[in-house]
Design a protein around this ligand. Structure first.
Ligand code: G3I
Length: 393
């Protein structure tokens, strides 16, 4: 079965929705004669049902949600999403902070929750320059390890992690954010590249494929919708494919800014990446409504607060909420136009209160980047997305 395919729990949900719709239709018809202009409540359809048969609709789950300390997020995830990505709990520092000592509790919880609800668990991420303990690439004195030692550390990590979830986690972000953000160099000069060499990416994909030959293997990055980084990513992917490296998909994180949404750029990027024969995954979608902030997601990029950098602490003005809804609607309409090539769209967080954007690039702000508000209520953006999904063929 194609691991990108939909799960099977949709039929039950759909019957429930149709029943609710029928009840509402009858009640309003009966009631409308007595109360003209009755505004029907907005029907909240589980997002996974709205997108069934088009692409998976996923979310990122925090450690708090996976440890049972965020029941609101867990409930929304179980109801609306059919793909679960661990926001942090499958990263190298979470799984193997100390060499040889693995901590799988939260990763296991995500896979269990996914299997309970018929959702697809996503492995994020095996090889990254961030949230990765130094021992993978450096000795205790801080010196680079030899290529052989660093390569062995990477291969052992991938074999242990992918092997543990073989046949259960069928999609992996194998390498995350390896392309440089600036300059002529294609690759970021990460500790992995310094210790192993440029071919660390190819070796990571080979190791993941060896550990689970049936898994869908993804290269994931931010800001690869446009400009030099898109061109560099295309060159990297073409090179990997030409070497016969087992890579199946490219992740476009799509951490957007409401003031500069990359709609046209992403539209073209999906066309270019899929033309390579790769599936495209919108892997970490969110849209920040706040000023400052940069187009990327390099967690090292921080900015000092200014008197105007946190304007919506008392709530989101209606006009901004509507602009966000319009942007989400346009984005999902575009994703749906590419539904044969887009395998999944994952929102990077369940509701606004859980979003990393509240602390990036300025810590301690109040952002509104997702589809549900801090009380777990669907926002105008949710209904814009739901409407686009229902109207799509
Ligand atoms: O676990 C510690 C906790 O023990 C400590 O008390 C606390 C103090 O600040 O920090 C906790 O670690 C935080 C970690 O998230 C877990 O919550 C780190 O400080 C914080 O930097 C880290 O942020 C994560 C970020 O990746 C790190 O790079 C965000 O939650 C996560 O949303 C973000 O996700 C990345 C993707 O993996 C890759 N693409 C970009 C995206 C945004 O940066």
């Amino acid at each position: 079965m194609n691991p990108f395919s939909q799960n099977r729990r949709g039929e039950r949900h759909l019957e429930q929705i149709l029943t609710i719709s029928a009840i509402l239709a009858v009640s309003f018809t009966a009631g409308a004669s007595a109360q003209e202009n009755v505004v029907p409540p907005k029907i909240v359809m589980p997002l996974e049902d709205a997108f069934r048969g088009k692409f998976l609709i996923g979310t990122a789950l925090s450690d708090r949600a996976l440890e049972g300390r965020d029941p609101l997020s867990e409930s929304l995830a179980r109801t609306h999403f059919d793909a679960f990505t661990p926001e942090n709990s499958m990263k190298p520092e979470a799984l193997q902070r100390v060499k040889g000592q693995f901590t799988f509790a939260n990763a296991d919880a995500l896979v269990k929750m996914a299997e309970e609800t018929g959702a697809t668990p996503i492995g994020h991420t095996l090889v990254w320059h961030s949230q990765t303990p130094a021992w993978f690439t450096h000795d205790d004195a801080g010196r680079l390890l030899s290529r052989r030692e660093a390569l062995q550390n990477m291969r052992n990590h991938i074999a242990a992690v992918v092997g543990r979830y073989k046949g259960r986690v069928k999609q992996w972000d194998v390498v995350n954010e390896a392309v440089s953000d600036s300059g002529e160099a294609i690759l970021r000069d990460s500790p992995w590249r310094q210790a192993i060499g440029d071919d660390y990416i190819a070796e990571a994909f080979r190791a993941a494929h060896k550990a689970d030959p049936d898994a869908i293997l993804t290269y994931n990055d931010y800001s690869n919708e446009s400009g030099p980084k898109r061109n560099k990513t295309l060159r990297l992917l073409k090179s990997l494919l030409a070497q016969g490296i087992p890579i199946n998909a490219v992740g476009m994180q799509c951490h957007w800014l409401l003031r500069a949404p990359l709609l046209q750029e992403a539209d073209e990027a999906i066309r270019l990446y899929s033309a390579l024969g790769l599936k495209v995954i919108i892997s970490e979608f969110d849209i920040s409504v706040l000023p400052l902030g940069n187009m990327g997601a390099d967690i090292a990029a921080t900015e000092a607060p200014t008197p105007t950098s946190n304007p919506y602490t008392a709530g989101l003005p209606q006009d901004v909420s509507q602009k966000l809804a319009d942007c989400y609607g346009q984005a999902f309409a575009m994703f749906l136009r590419h539904k044969k090539d887009v395998a999944r769209v994952t929102l990077w967080g369940v509701h606004d209160g859980t979003s990393w954007r509240n602390d990036f690039t300025v810590r301690g702000r109040t952002d509104y980047p997702l589809l549900f508000d801090r009380q777990g209520q669907p926002k105008a953006a949710f209904f814009a997305v739901q409407k686009v999904a229902q109207n799509a063929r």
